[in-house]
Unconditional design. Structure first.
Length: 702
């Protein structure tokens, strides 16, 4: 008998061999995507990131001046001349180091100003804003991973932290207010290293960076570090080993002094400048917050739009708020995190906390970036088990969500009445029908129908009530065939697209059951879920463009129509390219969200790359159909909806496996249809609509 040779071990994927690099690539891709949307919104409106108040008057001129001064200082060092330290053009004459230390001199990132000509100072300042936001998420990840949070949870937490309300508000108004967001996680990680007996290099470097960059926020970081260290000490050593307290405290003090000494060259002038300023020398009385501050806190927990005079920008993504509720729904777990969240919330509502953390000056909650970091950490910790809840935990979570929804329902900056009513009612009725009445899935369906019916009644009452100028009236409820035809024409494209998606899904499942079995039917279910998630943004972009294109087309403002088509196409293509890159970089991560089965994971990663190959062609399909619908060409929109799915995908799904491609043929049918159908739709729109738009506004379109 011949020798039986063992099969060669299957090579591990890139994600398993380089988990840190994969996580970094995934975060970078998501950051580029979200930041690209952020930039596109400003660019579309012809706006700069730089705020008209402090940005133009303080931060921009300080950065440009700093760049010129650095270049002059370099020339002086080369020539042996003295470096200028006094400038008569600053007010009536002032010290350069003292003046610049608060705004630009301490932050090492601002050294880039030495290499950028003054005429590009605006672009440099905008780049530094985005770079600081990126570094905030980047610094969060090693701290989260060090505390044994999952990679996927860490990724979500980093994105939520980087794009929190504090970031969105302060990055544009006070750019250096982002500095503590990337210093604080590094300081805490360095503190963990000291507790673990490791080398203090990271701690010293983080302390030096924080002290160099901004004295006020270093003061906040120091106070919050003391709180963290006290909690960490008693969790590590307990109350019975206080003999270890003083040696450990001595290490922290000594290493902190080393970091402060490194930063003293800019920290001391900044401290002198701040304590000598009129703003910080005023003795302002501590008063209670007005009721509106507490009321607006309901909106500020989830949004970035409610501005108050106390800088209470504590909003974070809805996923993080949900994670906080799940945290409290689970009894006897993560007690320290629960206590920390409650303490931070109490501090947010206490005027003295704002005064103390703001250097005993006026009441300001400029420390809420730490609250955002805590909630992002909770999201990273809770994320892997979000869907694994017991019956009791589901009931508790439903109650918490119902309470929050009830409060948010009465706040006009949070609510969307008809959506929130259905959601809140569903949250209450689901556990009632499922657990109390024991109706299971049938009970969930009944609860959903009742909630949707309630939302419909609310909408009808609203549009028939006195609060709206254009009310529903009985005499206007007669069918008019021209209007019905136009409405059906506008909605038929979306209906056909949804219907053909269902048709293709049936064909795919039937074909996969023959060629691949239940395993690949499950894989296709996962791929469809990923596709729905990744398609939502580009679908939203093109759907949101429709009313803008239609309005300007009707107003005969064709230049705006062309601009809108170009902008939508570029933004949609940019997003889908980034989404495709994310699929290529982290297929294991995307598939593992839905399954932990090894066979499904292995097959799903291969199928995911095939299915999403050339995903950016989808953008051309969406843009083309959106333009046809907006510019009075509904028949073409319907035709191209049928072309891609019914004419191309469905037949290819059946034919390709029989042409020797096997189960892979089912997955390759989608990218082929995206390329053929998407390009055909977009090119037809470009030739028959875009190029035929009149060159001048105010001219009838034939």
């Amino acid at each position: 008998m011949g020798e039986i040779t063992a099969a060669a071990p299957r090579p591990r994927s890139f994600a398993k061999r380089h988990p840190a690099v994969t996580l970094w690539l995934a975060f970078t891709a998501l950051f580029v995507l979200l930041a690209g949307v952020w930039i596109a919104i400003f660019a579309a409106n012809g706006k700069s990131f730089i705020w008209y108040a402090d940005g133009i008057k303080q931060h921009y001129p300080a950065l440009v001046y700093y760049g010129r001064w650095l270049r002059e200082a370099a020339r002086c060092l080369v020539s042996g001349a003295p470096i200028p330290t006094w400038d008569m053009s600053i007010g009536y004459g002032n010290d350069i180091v003292t003046t610049l230390s608060y705004y630009v001199m301490g932050d090492p990132l601002n050294l880039l100003a030495a290499f950028v000509p003054s005429q590009y100072g605006e672009q440099l300042l905008e780049f530094l804003m985005l770079l600081r936001v990126y570094l905030a998420g980047l610094a969060f990840m090693p701290f989260s991973l060090h505390h044994k949070n999952s990679r996927f949870g860490t990724l979500l937490g980093a994105v939520a932290y980087a794009f929190s309300a504090w970031t969105l508000q302060t990055a544009l108004t006070e750019p250096f207010f982002i500095i503590p967001m990337y210093c604080f996680p590094l300081v805490l990680l360095g503190a963990d290293h000291i507790f673990e007996g490791r080398r203090p290099i990271l701690y010293i470097a983080a302390i030096a960076l924080a002290a160099l960059s901004n004295f006020l926020f270093f003061y906040m970081i120091a106070l919050l570090l003391v709180l963290y260290a006290v909690v960490k000490y008693f969790r590590t050593y307990g109350v019975g080993q206080l003999r270890t307290l003083w040696p450990l405290a001595g290490k922290f003090v000594g290493f902190s002094l080393v970091g402060i000494a490194i930063a003293a060259v800019t920290m001391l002038p900044t401290a002198m400048f701040m304590f000598g300023s009129a703003r910080f020398s005023l003795d302002r009385q501590v008063t209670s917050y007005p009721f509106t501050m507490y009321w607006n806190l309901i909106a500020n927990l989830t949004t970035a739009g409610k501005v108050d005079e106390y800088s209470t920008f504590c909003g974070i993504s809805a996923a993080a708020i949900l994670a906080v509720m799940i945290l409290f729904a689970r009894r006897r777990q993560n007690t320290v995190l629960k206590a920390a969240w409650l303490v931070f919330l109490a501090m947010l509502m206490t005027p003295w906390a704002g005064k103390i953390l703001n250097g005993f000056s006026y009441m300001q909650n400029r420390w809420v970036w730490a609250f955002a970091m805590l909630e992002a950490f909770i999201l990273a910790r809770v994320c892997p088990d979000m869907t694994r809840l017991t019956g009791r935990e589901k009931l508790t979570l439903s109650a918490l969500l119902a309470v929050y929804c009830a409060l948010a329902f009465w706040h006009r900056d949070v609510r969307s009445e008809w959506s929130l009513l259905g959601a809140a009612l569903n949250l209450v009725l689901d556990p009632l029908f499922i657990f109390v009445f024991g109706m299971g899935v049938q009970g969930a369906a009944i609860a959903t129908v009742i909630s949707q019916l309630a939302s419909m009644i609310w909408v009808l009452l609203f549009f028939a009530g006195p609060r709206i100028s254009c009310r529903i009236r009985r005499q206007n409820l007669r069918l008019r065939l021209p209007l019905v035809r136009d409405i059906l024409g506008l909605g038929m494209s979306g209906f056909i697209m949804a219907a053909t998606n269902c048709l293709v899904q049936v064909v795919c499942n039937a074909t996969l059951r023959v060629w691949g079995g239940d395993l690949y039917v499950g894989v296709m279910t996962i791929l469809n879920s990923v596709r729905e998630i990744l398609s939502l943004p580009v679908n939203g972009i093109t759907s949101g463009a429709q009313p803008v294109l239609s309005y300007n087309f009707g107003a005969q403002r064709y230049s705006r129509v062309r601009e809108g088509i170009r902008f939508t196409a570029l933004l949609g293509a940019g997003y889908t390219v980034a989404a495709w890159a994310a699929v290529i970089a982290m297929p294991h991560l995307l598939v593992s969200i839905f399954t932990s089965d090894p066979a499904t994971l292995a097959a799903g990663q291969v199928a995911l790359k095939q299915y999403f190959f050339g995903f950016f062609f989808m953008a051309f399909q969406f843009v083309g159909q959106s333009c046809f619908t907006s510019l009075r060409c509904p028949k073409r929109a319907v035709f191209f909806s049928l072309l891609r799915k019914a004419v191309i995908v469905a037949p290819l799904t059946v034919l390709l496996p029989r042409l020797g491609m096997g189960v892979a043929g089912v997955f390759w049918a989608e990218p082929i249809s995206n390329a053929v159908g998407g390009l055909a739709c977009f090119i037809t729109m470009w030739l028959t609509l875009y190029r035929r738009l009149p060159a001048q506004d105010g001219v009838a379109f034939e």
